[in-house]
Design a protein around this ligand. Structure first.
Ligand code: GLV
Length: 386
């Protein structure tokens, strides 16, 4: 047959490009073993090997979240899908979400919650600081929310929030604790069960050194009970009750929900194998040591950190203030062009105020930290960047 096409075939060229070293706030470079895992064969959702992959991933996720909870799986989508999953499953229209805001991600939580008719109350801290538990408790007591949302690591500001003991405070006020660990997990200590976290999500393209597109989530038993008894329906695609069946969270179901991306499952499984091989304490120590070394180099250059208190500084992303007159965008582009290293400028509240440098996952090494510091020293000598 002959067909009259209204759109002709495009000429899609196979362009080559030189991959930069990824030292921005994410995505990070992949573990070589993860690149290999992406090329493993695709299998159908209803066969034993697929079930095994899912079971392996759930065990790995319980390890990285440090949780014995059962409702643990990965959402098909980038980090935002994890955010949307925990908010839409735990809160329904007219319930109140208290948002502790210091960066861009909590603002996203606000936008998402509002789309579900959830009422939000925002309390803010200056973007280069974190919240005291007393401040959070006063707000919990005043607003009596269904849940508190807070980011652990914030890639837009380079801060890390102390969460130890926060779950107990939330529970005392009848609230769930919802946490974003996209840029902190595996790079910073995190203990879901010990800290009383009720819902948490992370992403694969940061300290896990995997590809974006699949987002681990975990719920406490307290949260799972609410989900099982809730009155509202979240979006079908993000429904934790249905996905618990697909992911065999309770050990008795292999229900089909949607077709998971096998390459991403293989990749996530391999990221988790890398963490299990290294172990979490060693991974946390490596990230802390690399960043401490990088910070010493930054101090030798007499540059300022955006985050004044050392204990608030995130191990995976450092925010740096350039001397007066430097253009942040020109500066990071120069480093990309001259050294083939990709760092990044500010985002959200830090636009025009800081550079953001990510040393995480496979790139959390002294060699990479030195390469970035050397490139910055070179760029600081270039007067045209002023
Ligand atoms: C993305 O996560 C960013 O921080 O730029």
């Amino acid at each position: 047959a002959t067909y009259e096409l209204t759109v002709s075939a495009p000429n899609i060229e196979d362009r080559s490009f030189t991959k930069p070293l990824l030292c921005g706030p994410g995505p990070c470079d992949l573990w070589p073993s993860v690149s290999e895992a992406l090329a493993k064969p695709v299998i159908t959702p209803l066969c034993d090997e697929h079930y095994n992959v899912i079971d392996d991933i759930r065990a790995g996720l319980q390890y990285i979240f440090q949780t014995r909870n059962k409702l643990v799986y990965a959402v098909s989508g980038s980090g935002h899908s994890g955010m949307e999953t925990i908010i839409s499953n735990l809160l329904g229209p007219n319930e109140v979400l208290l948002i502790a805001s210091r960066g861009i991600w909590d603002q996203r939580a606000n936008i998402i919650a509002n789309r579900y008719g959830i009422k939000t109350i925002i309390i803010s801290a200056p973007f280069n600081t974190t919240f005291s538990h007393d401040t959070l408790e006063v707000a919990l007591n005043k607003h009596k929310p269904t849940a508190l949302f807070i980011t652990h690591g914030d890639s837009s500001t380079g801060t890390v929030q102390n969460l130890k003991g926060l779950g107990e405070i939330c529970h005392r006020h009848g609230a769930f604790l919802l946490v974003d660990t996209v840029v902190s997990l595996v790079g910073e200590p995190f203990f879901m069960d010990d800290w009383g976290v009720d819902a948490v999500y992370t992403s694969t393209q940061k300290a896990l050194s995997g590809p974006a597109g699949i987002s681990p989530v975990a719920f406490s038993q307290f949260a799972a009970d609410k989900i099982n008894n809730r009155k509202h329906e979240p979006p079908f695609y993000f429904d934790a009750k249905l996905l618990a069946q697909q992911w065999n969270c309770y050990g008795n179901t292999r229900q089909y929900h949607h077709t998971l991306s096998l390459p991403l499952l293989w990749a996530l499984r391999q990221c988790l194998r890398e963490v299990a091989k290294e172990t979490l304490p060693k991974s946390w120590a490596r990230h802390a040591a690399t960043t401490a070394h990088f910070h010493r180099r930054i101090q030798q250059m007499s540059l300022q950190f955006l985050v004044p208190k050392p204990e608030d500084r995130l191990a995976t992303v450092t925010t740096i203030v350039l001397p007066n007159g430097y253009d942040y965008v020109k500066f990071y582009k120069y480093i990309r062009d001259k050294y083939n290293i990709l760092i990044f400028a500010g985002l959200g509240p830090t636009v025009g105020k800081a550079l953001r440098i990510g040393l995480m996952g496979v790139n959390s090494t002294i060699e990479v930290a030195d390469a970035v510091a050397d490139a910055m020293m070179g760029a600081l000598k270039v007067k045209s960047l002023l």
